[in-house]
Design a protein around this ligand. Structure first.
Ligand code: GSH
Ligand code: FE2
Length: 353
């Protein structure tokens, strides 16, 4: 099998190109939009037919090339059905096999970094592409997009560490210049959950990481819900508009307070401020549900997906973050109320204190 490991230095992302050398049928795993010229050039030079483009999860740190590869090369796009991204041609689940020529990769559901993460293992178990579930001597963060340390521990121990020890581990990122590892190596030396470390210790490590959000998250998440193609243009335009949602300069879906004043009762209004702010000077809108930002995304997991959500805060910053988190969890109809309660107040709309 032909195999190439490609790197995006800006986001430390690895992209993998695999092909059947006899038939020239190829797949790519985790392609980065910024590298699309490099990758399509390589496919052309190697005389390959790019059949499928696979993402391991909805990436928060870079824009995926899935949608653009489909537009340019007719490549079929593949995501987990649990990622909540309807734009992909093939929504796969545990045990599904993606075939290219005489080769193939099998889908292993490995949630925990996000709720929709999958790994792809070659059929001969020589290699596994672990996305951000298992990184080299590390693992993906578990503090957003439905992440959960206990679930990640189960995925890694139950689904990845049970692969043959010789299986090579190829992650979606490495921030320290390492390129590959093996299952045996990670079982023994992964400092977070190798060496027989129990789930409780792992969860404690993960809960105290307190990492900054990826710097391109506000651009990447909303784009990646549409396979990386801008949601406002092109044939991959979103489902019928539920509200006059506009993307802010930072890529946050927003609706104005005037729209909320008329339609607020038709959507779920989630106020993400702290409890004392709800009864403070600005008050709150009648009928809101109070969910402080720090508790997200947990409470969203059980939320119905068919009802649009509008997030509210003081000025629109925290609610914008919340809207992106919800978008990353697969909620297609979410927005932040532009200007927050400050704008609501300035327009003289009623509040409860
Ligand atoms: N500094 C990076 C951080 C990226 C980041 O948070 N990466 C996620 C994967 S999408 C992660 O899980 N990182 C694990 C770690 O940094 O230990 C950026 O701004 O893009
Ligand atoms: Fe990630």
């Amino acid at each position: 099998m032909l195999f190439r490991q490609l790197f995006d230095p800006e986001t430390s992302t690895y992209t993998y190109l695999l092909a059947d050398e006899a038939t020239r049928d190829a797949i790519v795993v985790d392609p980065v939009l910024d590298q699309i010229e490099r990758d399509t050039g390589l496919v052309r030079e190697l005389d390959l037919e790019l059949r499928y483009a696979l993402d391991t999860h909805v990436h928060a740190d870079h824009v995926t090339a899935l949608g653009s590869l489909r537009e340019r090369l007719g490549t079929r796009t593949v995501m987990s059905e649990r990622a909540g991204v309807g734009c992909a041609d093939l929504l796969v689940k545990h045990g599904d096999v993606i075939r290219f020529g005489g080769c193939g990769v099998e889908v292993l559901e490995t949630p925990g970094h996000t709720s929709g993460c999958v790994s792809y293992a070659t059929l001969d178990r020589a290699m596994v592409f672990t996305g951000d579930a298992l990184l080299i001597r590390g693992c993906g963060r578990t503090d957003f997009q439905g992440g959960d340390p206990d679930e990640l521990y189960r995925s890694i121990h139950g689904r990845l560490f049970t692969l043959p020890g010789t299986t090579l581990v190829y992650p979606a990122h490495d921030y320290k210049g390492r390129t590959a590892s093996s299952i045996d190596e990670e079982r023994r030396h992964n400092p977070r959950l190798g060496g027989g470390k129990p789930a409780g210790e792992f969860a404690a490590i993960m809960r105290q990481l307190s990492l900054a959000y990826p710097k391109s998250m506000t651009v990447a998440l909303p784009r990646n819900l549409h396979c990386g193609v801008p949601a406002t243009t092109g044939e991959l335009a979103p489902a019928p508009a539920w509200a006059p949602v506009e993307l802010s300069a930072g890529g946050i879906p927003e609706v104005g307070p005037d729209w909320v004043a008329v339609h607020g009762a038709e959507v779920r209004l989630l106020d993400v401020r702290e409890p004392d702010e709800l009864t403070g000077e600005l008050g709150h809108i009648a009928g809101i549900e109070a969910v402080p930002l720090g508790r997200l995304p947990g409470p969203l997991d059980a939320a119905p997906r068919d009802r649009p959500i509008v997030f509210v805060c003081r000025s629109g910053g925290r609610s914008g973050k919340a809207a992106l988190l919800a978008a990353g969890l697969g909620f297609a109809r979410v927005a932040s109320m532009r200007g927050g309660m400050t704008a609501w107040h300035q327009r003289g709309y009623p509040v409860v204190r």
